[in-house]
Design a protein around this ligand. Structure first.
Ligand SMILES: O=c1[nH]c(=O)c2ncn([C@@H]3O[C@H](COP(=O)(O)OP(=O)(O)OP(=O)(O)O)[C@@H](O)[C@H]3O)c2[nH]1
Length: 184
């Protein structure tokens, strides 16, 4: 079990998934954190975790998640939140309507910071940007992303199905391994 740690996020979907993935009550707190400008979620989360620890002075977890389109050289990457809040997932599909190469990569970077410094763990799932929204579960871009090997989008899966294979799951597994929490 992880020592009391505060997950800093304003995203209810992330908070719900971490509670399930970590198997602990997650105390999710909203804070205005520094988010540097980069397509790379690992770079963004490192600074975000340092800032969160500086504000709380107790162990913190922060998450930055992105969706990178192969045909767009990684865009929107960590900037996907801006696409979703401005034009939504349908707007993203409209902009990508002519793409024949629809490969996409979803990556979660999980930053853990305590008195010893920051550690960053990433989880990546390859898949495709669908041509239409499908499913009503999940959040963010889940309705337009289908992981490789699945005919379903994340939004068409149950929470348990998504959490078994998701980018966030892989990042949490890497954190558990580093903290010696495998199997706990
Ligand atoms: O389909 C999805 N499956 C996921 O598993 C997932 N995780 C995050 N997202 C979305 O991607 C953007 C990341 O933005 P983001 O990392 O900057 O987070 P945020 O600003 O929403 O919250 P936070 O920074 O307070 O934690 C936001 O629009 C999120 O809704 C996801 N979409």
């Amino acid at each position: 079990m992880i020592d009391p740690v505060t997950l800093i996020t304003g995203n209810a979907g992330k908070a719900r998934e971490y509670a399930s993935l970590l198997g602990v009550e997650v105390s999710a707190t909203r804070a205005d954190l520094i988010e540097i400008q980069s397509l790379d979620v690992a770079a963004v989360v490192e600074r975000k975790a340092e800032d969160a620890y500086a504000k709380l002075r107790s162990p913190v977890l922060v998450d930055d998640t992105g969706l990178a389109l192969h045909a767009w050289n990684g865009l929107p990457g960590a900037l996907v939140a801006w696409f979703l809040t401005t034009v939504g997932d349908q707007g993203l599909l409209d902009m990508a309507a002519d793409l024949t190469d629809r490969r996409a990569t979803a990556t979660t970077a999980l930053g853990y910071c305590d008195a010893t410094g920051v550690r960053v763990f990433t989880g990546t799932v390859h898949g495709v940007l669908t041509t239409q929204r499908r499913g009503s579960g999940g959040f963010g871009y889940d309705a337009v992303f289908a992981p490789a090997g699945s005919t379903l989008t994340f939004a068409e899966m149950s929470d348990a199905e998504k959490n078994a294979i998701s980018h966030r799951r892989l990042a949490v597994d890497a954190l558990r391994k580093d903290l010696g929490l495998c199997g706990s």
